[in-house]
Design a protein around this ligand. Structure first.
Ligand code: MOS
Length: 757
């Protein structure tokens, strides 16, 4: 075993390498824009250079004269497609529907040409003139509209309340009152946003990287008023998504309509900078937190008011207090959420959408309170650890937060920490150690699957789920191999195609739990058939034995006494060459309705705070920072994270997800922010040269500890999901370590040199 493939501990599967790894590193994996298409026309987008106003004129003559240009679509010649409600589409702002400009970088024209280069050249030749209005860029801009989310949604339950917070705060021995801020971020997956549309008669095939192919299928069918059965969406591989490919976007219809007009396939690969405005992003947030505690460290009150930027028409918010309000035994709780409407494109999911900003703010406040109490921050959290949510009174199905702290602090060497800030100086470097909690709700959703097993012992698993680089192909194959008693190499997995039975939107870290649960169900049906057959074979070593005690192992059927029967003879007894099982699995709260919704392009998530029990994965993250005493440069020589997420299907892919999350957390703490020109409401650093992300030299030692946890209540697979857990605690741990190193509280991300000097 290597570091990359940790030895499995209790309740963990094998650390199998990714089954699609070779295809990816040899370039054989076809991402949607790589699929070979006959005679495509190429599309290039033209986007607005203002944040608000109207197109006065589009001059296209010079563009049309570029050799190879076929057509130019704009609001002047494009018949708007059907409107979709927000959430069926990531933004209701329809491009080419009118001359109105609602945000910077809005699509205003689509050039179609014989080559990508001709389309791009022509796009550069289009001249747009505008009647400009003054846009509101975001927080503090004149013209923003601030509204409570409860009012926007006409739903009081958005805000949480228990006990008398004001009284508890007034009586508390120690109080903290602090404001925190997180910036705009863009996902920037390596794979760009692409759409390729191919019509065959009245049938449409869309090749598009997606976290939810059934969502795209039904979205486009509705927009084009088509029978969904005539739409196929294919997305076998996704080159990173992080939420940016979870929502159906307005660009798909533009390309589908273009391909229909031209009577030939059309392929669009949007540029990196266009990706900043034609898809979603993480909007900036603000937080006001108050904590009250007794002198022994017991919390008595927690208030948290959040503000989130969204677009004018769409009420998108993440509302992370749904998680933070359950994290500790607070006593009294009061939360409030506000949306701030600005002239921006609509934000959307980005890795741990709700938990990243809200838990960051809370975990910084927790550190501030520990300091104010004169307590060790781990002990402070231990005193307030709880199996019962004070808001709902429900208990956690399992909660291993303090076990994570115990394992991570031991590995990190926390016992050697000197508590006073600035006490661990090493020459010119101020050394700081900090920690924070990570928490992420266990989302589960309905899924279906079809599994074939042949008499030769080869299995094929088919489900329109998605592998975003996370390891879905591998863990699904492992789950089927385990239940069917096969070698991993005997299992083929097909994903990402609406010709397959539907799987859930790959959001909320639900895929492993949901898809493995339905795979188990289908495998159980196959096993039952084989076992009944084996028990009935004449003169079989298993004849007369109870089928209920059979197992599948090494491609054979094994009896309780260890005697074996071959698959081939069991298939002979059944009189078939292949067993094919289709199964549906839905969490009880979603039921059959959830399966129906899935077929219609909607994932109904359950879990987290919704059921009878709270379902959450936890982690504890520790970091060492070194802050240069003269220059303020901040380095992070080591990070240790311990995480408990129920059954770990594959320690290798699990570690990879968690490590990637921690690295992204570091990036959020010290590097990343989309800079906005406040006057023009435009993104300035809309490229990966100026959008800061860490490079190898910024990341030194990252250690991931997988803490064993068994939870039989969450779902049949017993898995909680790890994709979004890793980056929840990192930024707070770093901010807390910077305080420990320097004595300076920086309450705004990212932390920069100028904040230290
Ligand atoms: Mo994830 S941000 O729920 O795709």
């Amino acid at each position: 075993m290597s570091v990359a493939a940790p030895e499995p501990r209790e309740n963990m599967g094998a650390a199998a390498p990714r089954i699609d790894g070779r295809l990816k590193v040899t370039g054989q994996a076809r991402y949607p824009a790589d699929v070979k298409i006959d005679n495509p026309a190429y599309a290039f987008l033209v986007t607005s250079t203002i944040g608000k106003g109207r197109i006065r004129a589009l001059e296209v003559d010079r563009a049309k004269a570029v050799p190879g240009v076929i057509d130019i679509l704009s609001h002047e010649n494009f018949d708007p497609v059907e409107d979709l409600p927000f959430r069926q589409v990531g933004s209701t702002i329809r491009p080419l529907a009118s001359p109105d400009i609602r945000h910077d970088g809005q699509i205003i024209a689509v050039v179609l040409a014989e080559s990508f280069e001709a389309a791009r050249e022509a796009a550069y030749q289009i001249k747009a003139t505008y009647d400009e209005d003054e846009p509101a860029a975001g927080f503090d801009s004149p013209g923003v509209e601030i509204q409570s989310a409860a009012e926007a949604e006409d739903d009081e339950s958005v805000d949480l309340k228990t006990g008398d917070v004001d009284k508890a705060l007034a009586m508390a021995a120690v109080t903290i009152d602090a404001r925190y801020e997180t910036p705009t971020q863009h996902h920037n997956p390596i794979e760009l946003f692409s759409t390729t549309c191919v019509w065959q008669g009245d049938r449409l095939t869309v090749h598009e990287p997606s976290q939810f192919v059934y969502g795209v299928k039904h979205g486009i069918a509705k927009q084009l008023k088509m029978d969904p059965d005539k739409v196929r969406v294919v997305s076998h591989y996704v080159g990173g998504a992080f939420g940016s490919k979870g929502s159906f976007t307005q660009r798909t219809a533009l390309i589908a309509v273009a391909a229909r007009r031209l009577g030939r396939p059309v392929k669009l690969v949007a540029t990196r900078d266009q990706g900043f405005t034609i898809a979603t992003y993480r909007a900036e947030t603000r937080h006001h937190i108050r904590l009250g505690a007794r002198s022994d460290g017991k919390l008595v009150a927690y208030t948290h008011e959040g503000w989130e930027v969204t677009s004018r028409p769409d009420t998108y918010y993440v509302g992370g207090n749904d998680s933070t309000a359950r994290l500790y035994a607070y006593g009294a709780v009061r939360t409030k959420l506000n949306v701030v409407r600005a002239d921006r494109n609509t934000p959307g999911w980005m890795r741990s959408p709700a938990e990243f900003p809200y838990v960051y703010a809370l975990e910084c406040a927790m550190d501030e309170m520990a300091v104010a109490l004169g307590m060790d921050p781990i002990e402070f959290r231990r005193v307030n650890d709880t199996m019962i949510d004070s808001v709902s009174g429900k208990s956690y199905s399992s909660r291993s937060l303090m076990r994570c702290y115990d394992e991570a602090s031991l590995t990190f060497g926390w016992a050697k920490r000197r508590r006073e800030p600035g006490a661990m100086r090493d020459g010119d470097w101020l050394v700081g150690w900090g920690c924070a909690s990570a928490a992420y709700p266990t989302h589960i959703s309905p899924s279906t699957v079809r599994i074939h097993l042949s008499a030769e012992g080869k299995a094929r698993v088919e489900v329109a789920a998605h592998d975003l680089g996370t390891g879905t192909y591998t863990v699904v194959a492992q789950q089927a191999a385990e239940r069917l008693g096969l070698d991993l190499s005997a299992v083929t997995v097909l994903l990402g195609d609406t010709d397959l039975p539907p799987g859930p939107n790959a959001g909320g870290s639900n895929t492993t739990a949901s898809v493995c649960s339905v795979v188990i169900k289908a495998c159980e049906a196959i096993r039952a058939k084989l076992f009944r057959a084996a028990a009935g074979i004449n003169r079989s070593p298993l004849a007369g034995q109870p089928a209920s005690q059979f197992d599948l192992k090494d491609g054979r059927i094994i009896g309780a006494d260890g005697m074996a029967e071959t698959l081939e003879r069991a298939f002979g007894q059944l009189g078939t060459a292949t067993i094919e099982e289709y199964a549906e699995w839905a969490p009880p709260s979603a039921g059959a309705e959830g399966i129906k919704a899935l077929y219609e392009g909607t994932t109904k998530y359950s879990g987290g705070t919704e059921g009878d029990k709270l379902m959450y994965a936890f982690g504890a993250e520790f970091v060492e920072v070194r802050v240069h005493a003269r220059t303020g440069e901040i380095r992070v020589p080591r990070m240790v994270g311990a995480f408990a997420g129920g059954r770990v299907m594959n320690p290798r892919t699990a570690r990879s997800q968690l490590m990637g999350g921690m690295i992204w957390g570091l990036s959020s703490a010290l590097h990343e922010a989309t800079e906005i020109d406040r006057r023009a409401a435009r993104y300035v650093n809309d490229n990966i040269a100026e959008y800061m992300i860490p490079v190898n030299a910024d990341i030194a030692a990252v250690e991931v500890i997988l803490v064993p946890e068994i939870d039989r209540e969450i779902n049949p697979a017993g898995a909680k999901g790890l994709g979004e857990l890793g980056n929840v605690g990192t930024a707070a741990a770093i901010a807390n370590a910077v305080y420990h190193a320097t004595g300076k509280r920086v309450r705004k991300l990212p932390i920069r040199i100028e904040d230290i000097l």
